[in-house]
Design a protein around this ligand. Structure first.
Ligand code: IDP
Ligand code: MG
Length: 139
């Protein structure tokens, strides 16, 4: 196992529900180190670029709409085996399919509004952290 970075985003539904602290607390208790954190409001262009891999899928426009609907909180995380461990902690994309006790099972309303983002590979973890944080903002 090696030390990896993964990008968490506390999505607009998480912020609207005032669950930022609750969710981040669970992430920290699971051993993740917070390297960087900020609250921002994504533009359509930024959200579209971040989710470019999903362009053309039926949920893409709705996803961009949702991610720009209010502030969100990108969090740069680091830990041994961060990508897999974080995805296990948040659970499946659709909270209906997520394991009991996972963040999405506990807090998400549906497959689209699912509280948090997580990177899907160590390589994308690095790329996605860099999308929101210049190296100078990571401590
Ligand atoms: P992930 O966030 O678990 O990695 P992805 O398949 O990468 O899931 O999809 C990115 C995001 O797009 C999801 O977190 C969710 O917000 C949204 N999404 C994915 N599939 C659907 C769907 O079938 N309906 C509505 N929204 C979806
Ligand atoms: Mg994904």
């Amino acid at each position: 196992m090696s030390v990896e970075r993964t990008l968490c985003i506390l999505k607009p539904d998480c912020v609207r529900k005032n669950l930022q602290g609750e969710v981040l607390s669970r992430i920290q208790k699971a051993g993740f180190k917070v390297l960087g954190l900020k609250q921002i409001r994504l533009t359509k262009e930024e959200a579209g670029a971040f989710y470019a891999v999903h362009k053309g899928k039926p949920f893409y426009n709705g996803l961009v709409e949702f991610m720009t609907s209010g502030p969100c909180v990108p969090v740069a995380l680091q830990k041994e085996n961060a990508v897999a461990d974080y995805r296990a902690l948040i659970g499946a994309t659709d909270p209906k399919d997520a394991e009991p006790g996972t963040i999405r099972k506990l807090f998400a309303d549906n497959k689209g509004e699912n509280i948090v983002h997580g990177s899907d590979s160590p390589e994308n973890g690095k790329i996605e952290v860099a999308f929101f944080f210049p190296e100078s903002e990571l401590i």
